[in-house]
Design a protein around this ligand. Sequence first.
Ligand SMILES: [Fe+2]
Length: 198
Amino acid sequence: MEKPGKILELDGISAESVEAHWGLYEAYCKKYNEVMGKLESADRGAANQIYSEYRGLREMLTFAIGGIKNHEVYFNNLSANGGEPSDQIAEQLTKDLGGVDDFITELKAAGMAARGWAFLAWDWQWMRLDLHIGDAQNTFPVWNASPIIALDVYEHAYIADYSTARPKYIEAFIRNLDWNAINETWAGIQATHEALRQ
Ligand SMILES: [Fe+2]
């Protein structure tokens, strides 16, 4: 994705920190291309579960894809002027998690419990919102669930601004949630369900 200008004007997350973080995102994109290129010539006949080039590439491909997708949700949902949750998403948050305030409490807990990511995701199959944690770029995905909010709690996301004080960074992340963007994502999910019913 192109770098959105809004992410350089956040409240409590510095432009320097975001620029450095964006550089890591670009590195994931570059490595994805490198892994895909190497996969073309990897020896399928030598594929082996203990060690093989093919195994290593397939495993690292999931890490690179996770690094790209997780960061795209993260950056897309940050803005100092993000508005408020729409009635539609507030209604679903109330149904599944007890309300917007309860969701925020849950997000903070998930952010402290995770070693890499905390997500709010929509489960297309079970038709509900829930939180999931990730310890790396490729853990722990749940089938048929799409991330709507992604909170990066790797230290690179906050060490420049908050040293090791993760709770202060999580507070800043919540202040900068771009609800306008999240509401748009939610409206898209609702429209997709509507179209599938027809
Ligand atoms: Fe990150």
